[in-house]
Design a protein around this ligand. Structure first.
Ligand SMILES: C[S@@+](CC[C@H](N)C(=O)[O-])C[C@H]1O[C@@H](n2cnc3c(N)ncnc32)[C@H](O)[C@@H]1O
Length: 259
């Protein structure tokens, strides 16, 4: 199974220039860093045996049949309906966006909806560590505005300030150090752009979900602190319904901007 065209914007040029198979890009991505500070950060995590182990674990989990179950589990957990509700009421707002990035796009839950609400001349880049997940999106979502990139959230192959909307849903809890991903998401976000981050919260249902998907649930106050630490301010905390807010269900869903 090969993705025929994976477009990766040329680093620091902001144009889509490189075409390769997803496997090629994945291989190149192992050594790719977009900035010196990105290199330092990623070396801290990915130069180590733990980092390699982490990436292989994520890839093998999501590239396997388990990854394909994301849609089913999304229906059962309510994440499908929640995503729909956020776009429909404009809580995740892509209506005037020109360049959108969805990092850790999985089966394309947010990709499909962002394309539905984005302007006809927008470009959306779907990025994921797992080329198999991108292939699944390519087979399910046909849209000329869509591009693909095999990429790691801690070292994205895009120029700084490339996107006016960035979405990263249920990804950062996979990282031993989520702040590395947050800093990189901030880097590629335009100064007046909006970043939507959704992560599993350390509640009882969140811990069960994290156990099933081998990730680290986050404490809300600590996670908000990490956002502050990397220079991201929280515009609003999103809740699916008032009942979810009251019961603290649905995960940590934030709209952030650069400070
Ligand atoms: C739980 S799924 C969420 C998918 C999608 N965002 C959604 O809401 O349906 C997590 C996805 O993040 C990807 N992922 C995990 N770690 C990543 C990393 N460091 N960089 C990029 N993608 C990553 C996985 O391959 C997987 O597709």
């Amino acid at each position: 199974m090969v993705l025929h065209e994976v477009l990766v914007p040329e680093r620091d040029a902001g144009t889509h220039s490189m075409k390769a198979t997803a496997r090629d890009v994945e291989e190149k991505g192992r050594g790719m860093c977009s900035t010196a500070s990105g290199r330092d950060r990623s070396e801290a995590l990915f130069g180590s045996a733990n980092g390699r182990e982490y990436r292989e674990r994520v890839r093998s989990q999501y590239s396997s049949a388990k990854g394909a179950l994301l849609t089913v589990s999304g229906f059962l957990s309510g994440h499908e309906s929640m995503a729909e509700s956020y776009f429909k009421r404009g809580a995740i707002d892509v209506r005037n966006a020109r360049r959108i990035l969805d990092v850790g796009c999985g089966m394309g839950r947010f990709v499909r909806r962002a394309l539905q609400y984005a302007p006809p001349d927008a470009t959306l880049v779907a990025a994921d560590l797992s080329w198999a997940m991108l292939e699944r999106v390519r087979l399910r979502v046909r849209d000329p505005r869509l591009r693909f990139a095999v990429a790691d959230v801690t070292r994205l192959p895009f120029a700084s300030e490339s996107f006016d909307r960035v979405i990263c849903a249920w990804v950062l809890e996979h990282l031993p150090q989520p702040e590395l991903g947050l800093a990189e998401l901030k880097r590629v976000l335009c100064p007046d752009g909006k970043l939507y981050v959704l992560v599993t919260e350390a509640t009882v249902p969140g811990r069960i979900s994290a156990w099933l998907w081998n990730c680290f649930p986050q404490r809300r106050d600590r996670f908000l602190g990490l956002c502050e630490q990397v220079g991201l301010a929280c515009n609003s905390e999103l809740w699916w319904t008032p009942v979810h807010r009251w019961l603290r269900l649905g995960g940590i869903c934030l709209e952030l901007h650069r400070k």
